[in-house]
Design a binder for this molecule. Structure first.
Ligand SMILES: [Ca+2]
Ligand SMILES: [Ca+2]
Length: 177
């Protein structure tokens, strides 16, 4: 057997070995740990910040500081490709320093880049409940990409009437089956 053929067979074996691992895989969400400031995220209100005090891990975390009862904070990830019919899980670490009402939402987008309305109006939303716990906690939610989905985005946002200071870090988006 010549060495090139041997190399090809070796690569084929490697592909076969890697294939099962891709069934439960992390999607390439840019700067998902806020270690590079807000790079990869769009803060369309300009009212969040990445600071060391908001880090659960590493040197940066996203601080959502909403002091306004008629406005909200919204920070949007870049989009990542998804496969219709596959199940995706969004996981976040969050800590509510004060107040309530900030969440991370997993949205699926169609080929026009438009958000696909959630089935039965049940958004794929995670965040701290309205309690007095100010420690870091992990939350996750999963949902199936609709037939017309081509990509997904994570929105981290507070709501209009709520006020509070809530930190987010370690955002993970995985294809789980
Ligand atoms: Ca971090
Ligand atoms: Ca608000």
């Amino acid at each position: 057997m010549n060495s090139f053929l041997f190399f090809q067979l070796g690569m084929a074996a490697l592909v076969v070995l890697l294939a099962p691992l891709q069934a439960d895989s992390l999607l390439p969400l840019k700067n998902s740990n806020f270690e590079a400031g807000k790079s990869g995220w769009t803060d369309d209100k300009g009212s969040s910040e990445v600071v060391a005090d908001a880090a659960r891990k590493g040197s940066g975390g996203l601080r959502v500081d909403d002091g306004d009862v008629v406005n909200y904070v919204r920070v949007i990830s870049e989009s990542v490709s998804v496969i219709p019919g596959k199940n995706y899980r969004l996981s976040v670490a969050a800590r509510q320093n004060s107040g309530h009402g900030a969440n991370a939402i997993l949205w699926f987008l169609d080929e026009e880049g438009e958000l696909i309305p959630a089935a039965d109006d049940q958004r794929l939303l995670v965040g701290p409940p309205e309690d007095e716990d100010t420690s870091w906690r992990e939350f996750s939610v999963a949902g199936v990409a609709p037939a017309n989905a081509v990509s997904a985005q994570v929105y981290i946002q507070s709501n209009r009437v709520a006020v509070g200071v809530i930190d987010f870090d370690e955002i993970r988006l995985e294809q789980v089956d």
